[in-house]
Design a protein around this ligand. Structure first.
Ligand code: SOE
Length: 398
């Protein structure tokens, strides 16, 4: 690997939840991992001038409101895009054209056309271009992938993925950009269903080739945002705003290698805060994961002796487990922010030319985008909704 001899100078574009999370990751990664170069968090970019004080509190030496001028600067090496999806393509293309490395939050874009443009821009660029599917950096999922790659599950037959959250369960939870199709591309599907699609394709090393889907919006209007906090916030006064995206998505999927997938995503799954779950069944075993217990991986081996069969719960906190050795003693566990720290580690290693590092490229992310697009197309065609028929053959309900 060749490492830069000067610090990698980073600008994060976007100062919301993800911008703050990435800020933390750029600071923490060099403290726990040997990156082979220093990191210099240089500029945070937000839309509003009043973001300057919060940027200072987060430790940024500089705050800017014009991403275009930051992308052009010769003293910035990497642009980290943490803005809503409608800006990803424009910022990534400009940054790659200016010779920068790019890390872009998921989903890559708001459409397949934009994603393809980004793939082309990445192919023509000197910089590295990667997408932030952060769950690939969960030690348990990385360990599951290694087991599947070694063939220990045998022939893969089923993938069952659910990503369940509940921060929109309350019909009076306020409207945010994540509910606006123009800004977010799609709703729950693109926001969290995209993670499940990427995780499944990555775990199996296989692509989804066909889907059959339903999308549903349960709460068609929401109060305007008052004070934003975290993902949601406190409703403000004024007329309710129309929600233009899905609240929930469900689809079945066929993989090229023959596996059958069943996917569900919702942000109205009351009581489920961040239940990103996936289970893979093969002819010789199963792995199962739930992010709400992120330090554990369930593993079943069909060749365990009769009478001793059952799921074992592996605590994925041993030095032998991916990423875990850099942290705390076994059993002491990691959390959500560690995924982003690991992402920084892998991005820096990819920039240094490490071919073994397994980061989602723009091309991987564009394949996810194609599945999102197929889900939307299938749901719009209602292809999946074969009516249940009455005695006379008529549909029992419309
Ligand atoms: C909101 O649903 C969200 O913050 C997603 O945007 C992230 O990608 C996911 O990791 C957690 O939930």
């Amino acid at each position: 690997m060749t490492m830069p001899d000067t610090p990698l100078r980073v600008a994060v574009i976007g100062n919301g939840f993800m911008g703050r999370m990435h800020t933390q990751a750029w600071r923490t990664a060099p403290r726990f991992f040997d990156l082979g170069c220093d990191i210099e968090p240089a500029v945070l970019v937000g839309r509003r001038p009043e973001g300057a004080a919060a940027a200072r509190d987060l430790g940024w030496p500089e705050y800017a409101t014009d991403w275009r001028s930051v992308v052009e600067r010769s003293d910035i090496d990497l642009i980290d895009i943490c803005t809503p999806g409608d800006t990803h393509a424009e910022i990534a293309e400009a940054a790659l054209a200016a010779g920068k490395h790019v890390l872009c939050e998921k989903p890559l874009a708001n459409s397949v056309e934009e994603a393809d443009r980004m793939v082309d821009a990445a192919a023509a660029a000197t910089g590295v271009a990667l997408c932030g599917f952060s769950y690939r950096r969960t030690p348990a999922l990385a360990a599951a992938r290694a087991l599947i790659a070694k063939g220990v599950l045998g022939e893969i037959r089923h993938v069952r993925a659910q990503y369940l959250q509940d921060w929109l369960s309350d019909p009076d939870a306020p409207y945010t950009w994540r509910l606006d199709r123009e800004r977010a591309g799609s709703g729950t599907l693109g926001d969290i269903g995209a993670h499940s699609i990427d995780t499944a394709q990555w775990l199996l090393g296989d692509d989804i080739t066909a889907v059959s889907a339903v999308l549903r919006t349960f709460v068609p209007t929401r109060p305007p945002m008052g004070d934003q906090a975290g993902l949601g916030g406190v409703a403000g006064a004024g007329e309710r705003v129309e929600v233009t995206v899905d609240d929930a998505a469900a689809f079945t999927a066929r993989f090229a290698g023959g596996a059958l997938g069943v996917f569900e995503a919702s942000r109205l799954a009351t009581g489920r805060r961040n239940a990103n779950r996936i289970e893979v069944n093969g002819s010789r075993g199963t792995v199962a994961f739930d992010f709400e217990r992120m330090n554990e991986l369930e593993y079943y081996r069909a060749d365990d002796p009769a009478g001793a069969q059952g799921f074992r719960r592996i605590q994925v906190t041993e030095p032998e487990h991916p990423y875990a050795g850099a942290w705390w003693p076994p059993g002491h566990g990691l959390g959500y922010e560690h995924l982003f720290t690991h992402q920084v580690v892998d991005v820096v290693r990819a920039i240094a030319g490490d071919r073994d590092v397994d980061v989602p490229t723009f091309a991987d992310a564009a394949r996810v985008q194609r599945v999102l697009s197929a889900v939307i197309e299938s749901a719009a065609a209602d292809a999946v909704m074969t009516p249940v028929r009455g005695r006379g053959g008529e549909a029992v309900a419309s």
